[in-house]
Design a binder for this molecule. Structure first.
Ligand code: FAD
Length: 506
């Protein structure tokens, strides 16, 4: 049927009105402006000021969206590079914001690393501004070439999704992006627990508390450590005797739903390192693995058994994929020797993950259900860690476990948190963020110096002290944990088992 161009209601009804399509540029306003830029993981940002009544702006929107589609949203071809944003100056709430940027015509576009926009302003003749005006923007082509010039890239409007990504071999460059996936997976795991009301008893309550303890002490992201600590501190009120209050009824204050395990502003549906080439692949389950590996490399010797049972219980109680958790549970139960060293849990998780990879590789190859761009493989491949391989044939690999351990510590440790260091803003803030983050970089040191933790806490917020407190608590309580929580997956009194036995279990 023909549709008259002016007939908006008809267009809306059949879903081809532009306004019904999901925009990829992020709409900002005076309220979310600073926080979106502050939390963005992108290296650069474009900020468009427009007015919804301005016909030129309306005509420009499809061009801007074409570029935004490359960088923003679930189907972005080049995620995490440029955050494309816009502010409607015709809205009353944004008037002051637009004034700060001296907006005198529409549209007007600016360029800077996202954090430079936080609490910032711009004046026409300002010297040494870190914010630049985009002067070639009139078409999608012009805007993209302008961006390419700024960052030395050669992006094209017709770039294909994932055409630029190698399979897991490129992990090495991408792992620092995984910090955001870990945050998203943590948030998603918590969201699932809430929506399924999965904390149902004192047993599941205990399992959740223990997992929170692990997160508070060792989550690689500061905001997740902080969010977890808040839930933990209030848990008794939120879930007396394991009976949690989930409802968000009017006025209800003390419900789990009022808490954000990683803060309020974690983007959803944005997986980067874990993004599949199809909508239904990778994502959360990949993020969950990466979360577990990143926790495992941060724990210390005395916590290894606690971490093991905590992870096993958490998956068993809260990972809502029946087959997955059953298989994982079986592998947990097959561990007969309690873990004494951090190395034990790191290598156990690695080899368990490889067993899952091996099984899924066969299933996915025969059923065609895998992600064609990310086929399952025994990991790490030789290209990623040559020294991990003593020898290999098509059928088996002889691993150098010391090298694998070293590799995993580095990969899920320093590499993973490196992005925070790169992205910090002012020198002082950088010091604080880095110092706080470094608490979560794996270390063999047994105790975080209390003075250092307090200094961080004073300089940033009370959380540094809280995290340190939990870490210290964990260390102090390790024998208590070992006694109280270890019964499911280990036989006590068999501590002295030899490394060779463990190698067999692997
Ligand atoms: C506990 C658990 C059990 C699961 N069990 C099943 C199951 O039984 N059946 C099923 O169909 N799906 C299962 N899944 C999902 C499945 O393992 C994958 O997560 C999913 O298929 C997505 O795969 P992926 O390609 O993103 O890589 P994933 O296997 O999710 O791995 C994520 C990333 O971790 C890294 N990695 C890969 N292997 C290792 C390793 N050995 N050590 C350290 N890092 C590694 C790689 O960088 C990889 O990209 C399970 C997931 C979890 C968390």
């Amino acid at each position: 049927a023909s549709v008259s161009p002016g007939s908006r209601s008809i267009l809306r009804d059949i879903g081809i009105n532009n306004s019904d399509q999901k925009d990829n540029a992020v709409e900002l306003n005076a309220t979310n402006f600073d926080s979106v830029f502050q939390d963005s993981s992108a290296k650069y940002a474009v900020l468009e000021f427009f007015a919804h009544w301005c016909p030129a702006c309306r005509n420009y929107k499809p061009h801007y969206e074409k570029v935004a589609k490359l960088f923003n949203g679930a189907d972005a071809v080049h995620p995490g590079v440029v955050l494309m944003t816009r502010v409607d100056c015709a809205l009353k709430m944004n008037v002051q914001l637009c004034d700060k940027f001296s907006i005198n015509h529409f549209p007007m576009l600016f360029w800077a690393p996202p954090k430079k926009f936080v609490d910032s302003s711009w004046k026409p003749k300002q010297e040494k501004s870190e914010i630049s005006v985009v002067d070639e923007w009139r078409t999608a082509d012009l805007l993209l070439s302008w961006i390419n010039k700024q960052i030395g890239s050669s992006y094209g409007l017709n770039d294909q999704k994932f055409g630029n990504l190698l399979p897991n071999i490129s992990d090495h460059e991408q792992i620092s992006q995984a910090i955001f996936d870990i945050e998203e997976a943590t948030e998603e795991a918590f969201g699932i627990i809430l929506s399924l009301k999965a904390i149902k008893s004192s047993e599941t309550g205990t399992s959740f508390i223990r997992f929170l303890q692990l997160l508070v002490a060792h989550h690689p992201s500061r905001r997740c450590r902080k969010g977890s600590a808040e839930i933990l501190v209030n848990f008794d009120d939120l879930c007396p005797s394991g009976e949690c209050s989930y409802d968000q009824e009017a006025g209800a204050k003390d419900t789990l739903r009022n808490y954000h395990i990683c803060g309020k502003d974690i983007p959803r549906g944005n997986y980067m390192f874990c993004r599949g080439s199809k909508n239904e692949t990778r994502g959360f389950s990949c993020g969950l693995w990466v979360l577990m590996h990143s926790l495992s490399v941060r724990i210390e010797d005395g916590e290894s058994q606690f971490a093991f049972t905590t992870i096993c219980d958490f998956i068993n109680n809260f990972f809502m994929c029946d087959d997955c958790r059953q298989h994982f549970h079986d592998m947990c139960l097959s561990v007969k020797t309690p873990f004494k060293k951090a190395r034990d849990i790191v290598l156990w998780l690695w080899s368990t993950h490889n067993k899952v990879n091996e099984r899924l590789k066969k299933d996915e190859e025969s059923l065609g259900t895998g992600d064609p761009k990310f086929p399952k493989m025994i990991w790490p491949p030789k290209q990623l860690c040559p020294s991990c391989y003593l020898s290999s044939t098509q059928k088996s690999i002889d691993w150098d476990h010391d090298e694998v351990y070293k590799f995993l510590k580095k990969y899920y440790g320093e590499k993973l948190v490196s992005i925070y260091k790169k992205n910090s803003v002012s020198a002082r803030k950088e010091e604080v963020v880095v110092a706080a983050e470094e608490m979560a970089v794996p270390t063999n040191a047994l105790v975080v110096p209390v003075g250092a933790a307090l200094a961080i806490a004073l300089a940033s917020c009370a959380f540094g002290a809280l995290a340190c407190y939990w870490r210290t608590q964990q260390k102090n309580r390790k024998s208590h944990y070992l006694k109280r929580y270890s019964s499911n997956y280990m036989v006590m009194n068999t501590f002295g088992n030899s490394e060779s036995e463990r190698e067999k279990e692997r």
